[in-house]
Write a protein that binds this ligand. Structure first.
Ligand SMILES: [Zn+2]
Length: 537
């Protein structure tokens, strides 16, 4: 056995010295089996923005470890954890709440896609990293912190692990400091965690629900959050409607529906789903939960605008705003796939495909705007941890670390992308940007990729909880661990099966799938996995 393995390895090494063993597909031809790969990568991105003492636990990026480990100490509250916002390190309540809401919603709606792609465990552990942070922010039923970091955070260019000084700037919500937008987002995210997590750990799930109700009550005191002018939320009503419908779904109490009627009484706009506008997202959920036509009509009208009337680039990208354009088109693709789930209107499914394929490389620049996908992607994302240098001298050098899965803001209205770190309207990434993309890719994987039907991930074992002794993470993964979640199990067989007898532009993923290094992906790789089944490292 050892001899055969050695011979295979030797021939693989000779082969790779002659020619690259895997052929990249043309950037313009996204194949149906690319979506689960992109789905995995987009979800993994969140590991790059983790903050706190336990960053290295269950983290796919070897270049990330603990940071900002004294957050909150100056107010006597442990506010470590949560996620850095974009390419900076401030923790904003509104984007943490939005990202957790959208990711949780996508798992609620497309659970079979998460199971089929082998991503349920990773997604739940990512979601728990959000909700663990929300729990730490609780002082009492009537006081929650939601923001850590001063604007001067932006003066520092370097990895978060090396950022000096204490971050002596926090914001909280209480009776005198309303923030119904953040309360609504956190409440919705926690209700969704209750729904997604109750079969895993009912005690934790019930705690989420209790806090969801506390935050909803706190958010009834109207007002928008403080964020030093970076995220100026226009209203908290949309976010509170989002919170209300999830509590209604859980508790079936009509008082939530009465609240919604008043919260959503203003006319609709054509704006897309984003950190500042949850009205259409809430309306979708309300329409499906109650059947009320006015909410269903609002969603249909919004999508008609996005499919037919909104300005578009020559390459077909829909353009709502020139700052972070693709975050909106990704979120619109998510909504279209959710609507397709209900209506089976093929034009919505095609619209979603057009926007997601554009992001993944089917565009005039022939490049993927999700880093690490295909053969060409942005080299200068505005992201301190990925760029990896210290100080402003070298900040325009290409990123040292590959920020796999991150969606950049995107090109301009002429489909031209400016790959410069200082053009942050195009090159920055964000926990809010990726949320819509992950959700859309869950839907794309479900409807285009023929995912294997698998038993739901074993939910009797809780996902790894943060511990005080972080696991040492190295960059080396064993080959049998195809999906690189540090365990060899059925999820790796599933990840492998979607790649059977084909190659993609993702050389690293191809290399992983070719477990026995014989230059092709087939049944013999499944057998290689079987030899190491139930191995964790
Ligand atoms: Zn941090």
């Amino acid at each position: 056995m050892k001899k055969i393995l050695a011979a295979a390895l030797t021939s693989a090494m000779i082969f790779s010295s002659v020619a690259a063993p895997f052929v990249s597909v043309s950037a313009a031809s996204i194949s149906s089996s690319d979506y689960p790969v992109a789905f995995k990568d987009a979800l993994w991105f969140y590991d790059a923005n983790k903050c706190g003492k336990d960053v290295a636990v269950d983290n796919v990026f070897s270049w990330r470890s603990a940071c900002h480990t004294s957050d909150g100490s100056f107010v006597g509250q442990d506010l470590t954890g949560g996620f850095h916002d974009c390419g900076d390190h401030i923790k904003f309540g509104i984007t943490n709440g939005y990202a957790a809401s959208i990711l949780g919603w996508s798992m609620y709606e497309f659970k079979d896609a998460y199971d089929g792609a082998g991503l349920t465990k990773k997604a739940l552990s990512t979601l728990k990293y959000f909700t663990d942070f929300f729990m730490k922010c609780r002082v009492s039923a009537t006081k929650y912190y939601y923001h850590v970091g001063a604007p001067s955070d932006h003066d520092y260019w370097g990895p978060p692990e090396k950022q000096p000084g204490d971050r002596e700037k926090v914001y909280y919500v209480d009776a005198s400091h309303p923030a119904s937008d953040v309360c609504g987002e956190y409440s919705g995210a926690l209700s969704l965690m209750y729904l997604n997590y109750k079969s895993v750990d009912s005690t934790y799930a019930n705690k989420c629900l209790e806090m969801a109700k506390e935050l909803y009550a706190l958010g009834k005191n109207k007002g928008t959050c403080s964020a030093d002018g970076f995220y100026t939320s226009s209203s908290g009503d949309d976010d509170m409607a989002w919170a209300a419908i999830w509590l209604y779904i859980i508790e079936k109490n009509d008082s939530y529906l009465n609240d919604i009627n008043s919260l959503l009484s203003q006319p609709y706009t054509n704006w897309g789903i984003c950190w500042n506008d949850m009205k259409i997202a809430a309306s979708y959920v309300i329409g499906e939960a109650t059947g009320q036509t006015k909410y269903k009509d609002a969603v249909a009208q919004n999508l008609t605008y996005w499919v037919n009337s909104i300005p578009r680039s020559p390459g077909g990208m829909r353009i709502l705003s020139d700052w972070g354009t693709l975050r909106y088109s990704a979120a619109a693709a998510m909504l279209a796939l959710l609507q397709y789930k209900q209506t089976k209107d093929e034009s919505l499914k095609s619209f979603a495909k057009s926007q997601i394929d554009y992001i993944l490389g089917a565009n005039p620049a022939n490049m993927s705007y999700m880093i690490g996908f295909g053969s060409k992607w942005p080299q200068h994302p505005h992201h301190r941890a990925a760029q990896g240098t210290m100080g402003w001298t070298d900040w325009k050098l290409p990123a040292k670390n590959t920020l796999t899965g991150a969606l950049v803001g995107g090109p301009d209205a002429s489909d031209v992308y400016t790959d410069q770190v200082d053009k942050y309207q195009a090159s920055e990434v964000g926990i809010d940007y990726n949320a819509g993309l992950v959700a859309a890719l869950a839907g794309m994987s479900k409807y285009y990729s023929n995912l294997p039907s698998v038993q739901p991930t074993n939910t009797s074992q809780p996902s790894p909880t943060a511990t005080n002794t972080p696991v040492k993470v190295t960059s080396a993964f064993i080959r049998e661990d195809v999906n690189k979640d540090r365990a060899v199990n059925m999820a790796d067989v599933v990840a492998l099966a979607v790649k059977f007898n084909r190659t993609t532009a993702d050389a690293q993923y191809d290399a992983n799938c070719d477990v026995n290094s014989d230059g092709s992906i087939n049944m013999s790789d499944v057998m290689a996995i079987a030899l190491k089944f139930n191995y964790t490292y």
